[in-house]
Design a protein around this ligand. Structure first.
Ligand code: NAD
Length: 266
């Protein structure tokens, strides 16, 4: 094994998880808390973030909630500074906040395009940059990006999201090239279908746009026919996020891992 740069596991480490008031981010926060980390629920929705932090604190783990719009440079920088002031460091960032808006490309409003790129891609850059400033001097850290099946494949109606998620994969790979010299690892998780509010909302929207039933959207557009109906849970993704964060050596960096119940890319 290559040289240990930290203890295996994440006990005592400070983890900022963006978009953790719901879905995949919340599951990652719960998993990290179980692993002994101090978790920061950083979300646009402060009320929901506070409820998740309270839920975690009720288990005896340490948690705090902060309002952070990941597309705002000011809010991201202020949020990361507040965490470092409260906990003294930041060892893990999961850049997970995301949203989806579907339209046919020829009708895609620029405002919606900008929103999807700003939250999914610019937000990942801004949060990574703010955390790196604290990780490099400490010569340790783990950056984890929530990419997607759509970091490597395409579907109709999702041009902005797919462009953003391909960008997130490129961002993670590019940062890894620089950050490895500073003791910071960078990896990208690419989930397939996970039934969270982000997905549930778009099923009727896609059915309407494509003129097909919601069942057909699930089977053919969300590819459930290819996975024999199997769908990953937020907890599946959280286990992978734990694995990436817990790795004690520098060998696992610059990678992406598909977590999609065997879905193949067409
Ligand atoms: N659900 C899936 O099938 C799936 C598949 C692949 C990738 N993903 C990705 O997983 C991540 C989490 O998605 P989810 O499915 O858990 O969705 P979700 O809607 O359950 O959670 C998204 C969270 O992000 C927060 N958020 C939205 N805009 C924000 C902003 N500007 N700043 C900070 N927080 C913001 C929301 O408040 C919410 O808490 C996203 O990046 C998404 O693209 C999801």
């Amino acid at each position: 094994m290559t040289e240990f740069v930290k203890e295996a596991g994440i006990k005592g480490e400070v983890a900022i998880i963006t978009g953790s008031a719901s879905g995949i981010g919340k599951a990652i926060a719960m998993r990290y808390a179980k692993g002994g980390a101090k978790v920061v629920i950083a979300d646009f929705n402060l009320e929901a973030a506070t409820a998740v932090a309270e839920e975690i604190k009720a288990t005896g783990a340490e948690a705090m909630a902060i309002r952070m719009d990941v597309s705002s440079e000011e809010e991201v920088n202020a949020g990361v500074e507040a965490v470092v002031k409260a906990y003294g460091s930041v060892e893990i960032l999961v850049a997970n906040a995301g949203l989806q808006i579907v339209h046919p490309v020829e009708e895609f409003p620029l405002e919606d395009w900008d929103k999807v790129i700003d939250v999914n891609l610019k937000g990942a850059f801004l949060t990574a940059r703010a955390c790196i400033k604290h990780m490099y001097p400490a010569k340790r850290g783990s950056l984890i990006f929530t990419g997607s099946f759509h970091s490597k494949a395409a579907s109709p109606l999702k041009t902005a999201y797919i462009a953003a998620k391909h960008g997130v994969l490129g961002l993670g790979r590019a940062i890894a090239k620089e950050a490895v010299a500073h003791g910071v690892r960078t990896n990208v998780i690419c989930p397939g279908l996970v039934m969270t509010p982000l997905i549930v909302k778009q099923i009727p929207e896609q059915a309407k746009e494509l003129g097909i039933s919601e069942e057909d959207v699930k089977a053919h557009v969300l590819h459930m026919e290819d996975t024999h109906g199997l769908v990953s849970t937020p907890e599946d993704i959280a286990e992978v996020a734990y694995f990436f964060a817990a790795m004690p050596t520098m060998c696992l960096t610059g990678q992406s891992l598909d977590v999609n119940c065997g879905l193949l890319y067409g």
